[in-house]
Design a protein around this ligand. Structure first.
Ligand SMILES: [Zn+2]
Length: 270
């Protein structure tokens, strides 16, 4: 699943093949916007939250949003790229070739280009990127302060215009680590709680953004505390993990009712 760390890792894989290179072949299926051309130079690859951005010269940027199943793969070798292109043809969305190798994007639901400076929609509204070690926590707090106090913490964390990068996995895991019931609202917690939540989410995302490894590591055993562990025993207290589909877009939330009590925690000494 594509959360901010997935895109940060994709950027690390793509950069050696794309950064500073001339495009020798560009192919895409169903692109919205101007089309990059062979001979154009790629300035850099960026990841911002859940968006992967490839900056071409002439201010043109290709944006891919990977959704649930999308991926970028890199091939140093022409034959390997050709083999996968044939094998997975119905799923291929973008192919970019340079002298340094091939980058193929599969199954991405959104592929479009825009002129830099004209970002619109979700990309224009994105909050600070939690995968960036220099993210601006004060700006996040300003954005939280503009939300209704009745907004539940699950929807604060998932709202990419507050801070970007957190998806469904990190949402449940962060709330568990910070010992908050997921359905507490902004009005139920302190500003320090909000700070701690975003700092913890950023720490988890950045820890999983640093190299090409595919598997996320949240618990010491490299699994998850609560995500997709419905009815399994909590790793801390053995209580069966709960699940709910409350909140915007009815996304799943997992939590431990014992470790994450409904009442507001008054003890901040953790
Ligand atoms: Zn527990």
């Amino acid at each position: 699943m594509a959360e901010g760390d997935t895109l940060a890792r994709a950027r690390l894989r793509l950069a050696p093949v794309l950064d500073g290179q001339l495009v020798t072949e560009f192919w895409t299926r169903k692109l919205r916007g101007h089309r990059p051309r062979s001979g154009q130079r790629i300035e850099q690859v960026r990841s911002v939250g859940k968006h992967l951005l490839i900056d071409f010269d002439k201010n043109l940027t290709l944006e891919t949003h990977l959704g649930m199943n999308g991926s970028w793969r890199v091939y140093p070798d022409r034959q390997l790229a050709r083999n996968d292109r044939k094998r997975f043809d119905p799923y291929l969305k973008v192919l970019i070739a340079t002298d340094a190798g091939y980058a193929l994007c599969f199954r991405a639901p959104t592929i479009k280009t825009f002129i830099r400076g004209n970002e619109e929609g979700a990309l224009a509204r994105l909050g600070p990127d939690l995968c960036d070690p220099a993210f601006d926590l004060d700006e996040i707090l300003r954005r939280v302060a503009r939300m209704p106090e009745t907004t539940e913490l699950i929807d604060v964390l998932l709202n990419q215009s507050v801070a970007c990068g957190v998806g469904n996995i990190y949402k449940s895991e962060t709330l568990h680590i910070q010992k908050h019931d997921p359905f507490l609202t902004i009005g139920d917690v302190t500003e320090q709680d909000i700070k701690d939540l975003f700092n913890k989410a950023a720490e988890l995302l950045q820890r999983n953004s640093v190299d090409g490894k595919q598997r996320r590591s949240i618990t010491p055993q490299k699994g998850f505390f609560v995500y997709e562990r419905f009815r399994k025993p909590c790793l801390r207290c053995d209580t069966p993990i709960s699940r709910s589909y409350r909140g915007t877009n009815s996304r799943s939330t997992y939590w431990c009712p014992t470790c994450q009590p409904k009442k507001v925690a008054s003890n901040h000494a953790r």
